[in-house]
Design a protein around this ligand. Structure first.
Ligand code: ZN
Length: 249
């Protein structure tokens, strides 16, 4: 099919290699399971990238051919090269690549650089979570029930982020904490969606509602920008745009 959505799934891929119980939950790696989720869509093609690949798997060739970049990292955020973070940020801000950090991606370098936040939050033991679908009219929430239950690592407020441009999900945890679990940010000409479920020791990537969110989000995050409608600079003035406009009158 022409014009497939080109998704690159980036995973740190350390827990699965160092902890047998995590490898048991995700034998193909978290990135492998996300690829399985997206393989349910015939209009998506997936590239896999991991921290230990050359250039973290994010060469210019890969990045420039990525419409949506999914990011899962946790124990090795500090090992991600700053020059690659800058390229990821540039792709979002100036070229409209979608950025989709999941779970502990809230503390990743690209999340902080793109959203402009520390990403700090409260966290605690794994426990029941109810995800409330508070913006059912949003494309990311398409097909979801009013709420659904997961067993997840507790992430709680205050979550140190700018106010999201759109808040799609809000979660309750049994211990009493609440958390903004589905947040949209518009940055430059790109779109960002942060989604909280996805702890490596839980099984949320097998949950049907989580899988729906991931599929919906990938479709929504792709922008249809062309070089014609993206200005990559900060111009003193750009008379040609106005000249073209006036010439059409
Ligand atoms: Zn976690």
């Amino acid at each position: 099919m022409a014009n497939k959505i080109r998704v690159t799934v980036w995973n740190e891929y350390r827990h699965e290699k160092s902890e047998a119980k995590i490898a048991e939950i995700y034998p193909e790696g978290i990135h492998g399971e996300i690829k399985n989720i997206l393989s349910e869509c015939d209009d998506v093609e997936v590239t896999l990238a991991t921290l230990d690949m050359p250039e973290h798997g994010l060469t210019d060739e890969v990045l420039n051919n990525t419409d949506v970049l999914i990011w899962w990292g946790h124990m090795a955020h500090g090992e991600v090269r700053d020059d690659i973070v800058a390229k990821v940020r540039n792709r979002v801000y100036n070229e409209g690549m979608g950025f989709f950090p999941i779970h502990s991606g809230h503390h990743s370098k690209p999340f902080k650089a793109i959203v402009g936040a520390t990403g700090d939050l409260y966290w605690g033991k794994d426990q029941p979570e109810i995800v409330w679908n508070i913006m059912p009219q949003h494309p990311i929430a398409k097909g979801l029930p009013t709420c659904f239950e997961l067993f997840e690592e507790m992430y709680g407020e205050p979550f140190r982020i700018p106010q999201p441009d759109e808040l799609i999900f809000n979660s309750w945890f049994e211990q009493g904490n609440v958390f903004r679990s589905g947040c949209v940010f518009y940055r430059g000409v790109g779109k960002v969606f942060y989604f909280q479920p996805g702890h490596e020791a839980c099984r949320s990537f097998y949950n049907e509602n989580v899988r729906t969110v991931i599929k919906n989000a990938v479709h929504w995050l792709k922008t249809d920008l062309t070089p014609d409608n993206v200005d990559k600079g900060c111009y003193h003035q750009r008379a040609s745009v106005l000249e073209e406009l006036h010439a059409k009158k």
